[in-house]
Design a protein around this ligand. Structure first.
Ligand code: 4AZ
Length: 249
């Protein structure tokens, strides 16, 4: 997170770190993405955190994937560590455009109910342009590979869809802003998500509205952060996870 400040675990219990010590042990304690607790056994993250490559390492297996909850400083103890029983990638995820960038993790060990954040449904006022939101994560604080040990958060505004479309007309990495995305940032830049924050929560009015997905650099004026729009992927969650009676729950 660029332009943010430290936050404690108690004030943001629904933020988790995805850690893979086998693969990323040498990099900031193995932390490579963030996530949001949406059920006592369910974490949402970005699909791109668990498909393709992260930091040049292919992620086809989840054997050593650990979710760390309730701990702001990754070098300290406390909170809960749990293995992941199942990874469900959104079948509608398109890695070439990043549309539908969401995956659900089913945890081996449930988290406290107090850690669960509500997801803002479609039409919720929390999605309105101009609303203040906060993005959370252990990602790069400068755009120059400065990774903090402690959780940070920055305040950003939900941007009008037209501003978002203008910022990403399809020419940045061949990408455009789709219906299942939203942009948040500041006109002058400075506050944003960055590398390592992917999958982490964007929260407005006490509800989860986005998951960190992509952007052109970090904190640059006119290049807002792009998030998976939670209301746009609720269908995936209902279909694949919450009614997954045959999936081991
Ligand atoms: C990334 O590389 C990344 N400024 C995530 C978020 C943003 C940029 C890059 C948004 O994971």
């Amino acid at each position: 997170v660029v332009g943010g400040e430290r936050v404690g675990a108690a004030e943001s219990p629904w933020v988790v770190a995805l850690v893979s010590r086998d693969r990323f042990g040498a990099v900031r304690g193995g932390q490579f993405c963030g996530g949001a607790v949406v059920g006592t056994s369910t974490v949402l993250t970005a699909a791109h955190c668990l498909s393709g490559e992260v930091l040049g390492v292919p992620l086809r297996e989840v054997r050593d994937l650990t979710v760390v909850a309730g701990r702001a400083d990754l070098r300290a103890g406390g909170g809960t560590e749990t293995a992941v029983r199942r990874v469900t990638l959104n079948p509608g995820y398109d890695s070439s455009t990043n549309e539908g960038d969401v995956a659900a993790l089913t945890l081996a060990k449930p988290l406290p109910r107090s850690a669960v954040i509500a997801m803002a449904p479609a039409g919720d006022p929390a999605y309105r342009a101009g609303v203040r939101a906060r993005v959370y994560g252990w990602g790069d604080t400068s755009g120059r590979d400065d990774y903090p040990d402690a959780l940070r958060a920055a305040s950003v505004r939900v941007l009008p869809e037209a501003t978002c479309a203008k910022a990403y007309p399809g020419s940045t990495e061949g990408r455009f802003v789709g219906a299942r995305m939203l942009c948040a940032g500041e006109a002058e830049g400075g506050r944003d998500a960055c590398q390592g924050d992917s999958g982490g929560p964007l929260v407005a009015q006490g509800k989860l509205i986005g998951l960190v997905s992509w952007g052109n650099g970090c904190g640059k004026a006119s290049s807002p952060g792009v998030y998976t729009r939670v209301a746009g992927v609720l269908g995936f969650l209902r279909g694949e996870i919450l009614q997954g009676g045959t999936r081991g729950d």
